[in-house]
Design a protein around this ligand. Structure first.
Ligand code: RTP
Ligand code: MG
Length: 140
């Protein structure tokens, strides 16, 4: 299978607890390669734009507040089947439902403060990567 790229965010609950390295190790150990990475503090407008698809959901305002509560690490991950592989490594959205050995099972604090984001399909991966990274910042 051809190499695929996905977009990942290490969320504020994880950067606050200094878990960035431990989380990146999960990706690398599973065969994903970090081909772009930057640590930023998102603005409200950036977070609202990123989560625009969820704007009618009851948790939208809380989610945006959480995502701007501290720094995040934005990354592009590359590998075979990267989108599905990343979601498998992350585990279910709600850590209470996440499988043993997943990032969310081991690190997430709640359904909202769940440590990581990962794209869910090729179209969203392409959109999310382009939302935060210029082509020149991605080095495979
Ligand atoms: P993500 O997009 O962050 O990878 O997570 P996901 O696909 O597993 O979850 P999604 O349904 O897309 O929701 C996006 C993020 O919103 C927060 N959330 N809060 N309070 C709630 O009921 C609730 N539900 C979702 C989580 O931070 C989730 O990752
Ligand atoms: Mg999602």
């Amino acid at each position: 299978m051809a190499l695929e790229r996905t977009f990942s965010i290490i969320k504020p609950d994880a950067t606050r607890r200094n878990l960035t390295g431990k989380i990146v190790d999960r990706f690398e150990s599973a065969g994903l390669r970090v081909v772009a990475s930057k640590r930023v503090w998102l603005s409200k407008a950036q977070a609202e734009g990123f989560y625009a698809v969820h704007r009618e959901r009851p948790f939208f305002n809380d989610l945006v507040s959480f995502m701007i509560s501290g720094p995040v690490v934005l990354q592009v991950l590359e590998g075979e089947n990267a989108i599905a592989k990343n979601r498998e490594i992350m585990g279910a959205t709600n850590p209470a439902n996440a499988a043993e050995g997943t990032i969310r099972k081991d690190f997430a604090e709640s359904i909202e403060a769940n440590s990581v984001h990962g794209s869910d399909a090729p179209e969203t991966a392409a959109q999310e990567i382009a939302y935060f990274f210029a082509g020149i910042e991605i080095v495979g």
